[in-house]
Design a protein around this ligand. Structure first.
Ligand code: ADP
Ligand code: MG
Length: 382
């Protein structure tokens, strides 16, 4: 093949935009790709035109600034240049500009080769955006964690004060009543209904403290769980843990009545007792929320031991979920509740996976939501 033809074929076939111009900025040639982008009928039409003719003032001045560097240094260089693609859409080019010399070594022009790197740029900017978001999320998690943590101290003081009140308050009350009976003080000093309410104040405050403490602990657990260490994992008996969960969960009035736990059968699993307790707290908290909101529903909890895996079912017959919700509930920060964080079920999944188990959900809108936790059967060491 003739050398000339080869160059022609190369110019036509290479997947790059190629052009060359004089030091004065006059184009002397280009390949078909460049002609197409510039909206020229063919490659020959570029001859004699300059950057302003082809690109307009603004883009021309940017291109000329880059050219100038190549002309003045005599060294080839790469640039990212803004421009338009063959459909007229804005894009980024990576352009390599190589100086052309005459026989005396004087720079007389340059040849430019460029490719569209918009896709890459987009991926990069998405990456940067993701990193920024992750940093913000991290900061928010730290902030939420420290708020929750800080609240523990005053709560501990209140609990301490309440312990004293619990001891002496009934004595003070009965002293007051006796003084009223003996007409030492007027009975209207404290109205009857206020007196009745005072009698239950201690257990009410105690319950509120327990409620706040349990949910602060749950919040901290949800935020801080890292699926890295499996230190202190061991065999846990689920039946007794379920009882402990129902014992310790800070139920509101009447809530415990909707929970039905099947005591038998039970199984043991390899994992972490308090992580599992927090998983069950999260499931209870969600189910109780929807039962309250919909004013209907019960909770059923039962185990199904198997040969290779054991299963724990957690079902509520409350709101149920739509298909779209079902597919997203384990995503971090996915929440359909205005006061939700979307961390609860993400935490549950991380914990169960750290036990080498799985958690899945089945739900019918308006009917039920059923979580199934699958855990490997524990084999006893001989
Ligand atoms: N028992 C349930 N019934 C119906 N929807 C539920 C139930 N549990 C979870 N969801 C849905 O999953 C979402 C995510 O739950 P979760 O990760 O615990 O976050 P949060 O409780 O902070 O919203 C909830 O906002 C809700 O839309
Ligand atoms: Mg939740």
């Amino acid at each position: 093949m003739d050398r000339h033809d080869l160059i022609k074929i190369l110019l036509k076939e290479l997947p790059w935009n190629i052009y060359w111009k004089t030091r004065e900025g006059i184009y002397e040639g280009c390949n078909d790709r460049v002609a197409k982008i510039l909206g020229l009928a063919n490659a020959r039409e570029i001859e004699g035109k300059n950057d302003v003719d082809l690109l307009g003032e603004e883009l021309a001045s940017l291109a000329r600034a880059n050219d100038k560097q190549v002309f003045e240094t005599g060294v080839e260089q790469s640039f990212e240049e803004f421009g338009f693609d063959e459909h007229g859409e804005p894009c980024y080019y990576l352009t390599h500009k190589k100086p052309l010399f005459d026989v005396n070594g004087t720079v007389i022009g340059l040849v430019g080769i460029s490719i569209d790197i918009s896709d890459k740029k987009e991926i990069e900017s998405l990456k940067v955006e993701k990193e920024v978001i992750q940093q913000k999320v991290q900061t928010l998690k730290v902030a939420a964690g420290s708020i929750a943590h800080e609240l523990r101290t005053p709560l501990a003081s209140i609990r301490f004060a309440i312990a004293g009140l619990k001891r002496y308050f009934p004595k003070l009350l009965s002293g007051y009543k006796k003084a009223v009976e003996a007409e030492l003080i007027q009975s209207e000093l404290i109205r009857k209904e206020h007196l009745a309410s005072l009698e239950t104040v201690v257990p009410r405050v105690e319950r509120e403290i327990k409620y706040a403490n349990e949910f602060i602990n749950l919040m901290l657990a949800n935020i801080r769980f890292e699926n890295l260490t499996r230190d202190n994992y061991n065999t846990v008996e689920l039946g007794s843990l379920l009882l402990e969960v129902l014992e310790d969960y800070p139920f509101n009035d009447g809530e415990i009545g909707v929970v039905n736990l099947a005591h038998e059968p039970s199984f043991r699993f390899w994992g972490h007792r308090s992580h599992m307790k927090n998983v069950l707290f999260n499931l209870l908290k969600n189910a109780l929320f929807f039962i309250k909101r919909c004013d209907k529903g019960q909770i059923q909890i039962w185990c199904e031991p198997g040969e290779k895996v054991n299963k724990l079912y957690f079902k509520d017959t409350s709101q149920g979920m739509e298909e779209e919700t079902i597919s997203k509930i384990f995503e971090e920060f996915y929440s359909k509740r205005s006061e939700g964080t979307g961390l609860g079920l993400t935490f549950c999944q991380k914990v169960i996976e750290s036990f080498n188990g799985t958690i899945s959900v089945e739900s019918v809108l308006g009917e039920y939501t059923c979580f199934c936790i699958t855990l490997p059967v524990v084999t006893e060491p001989h």
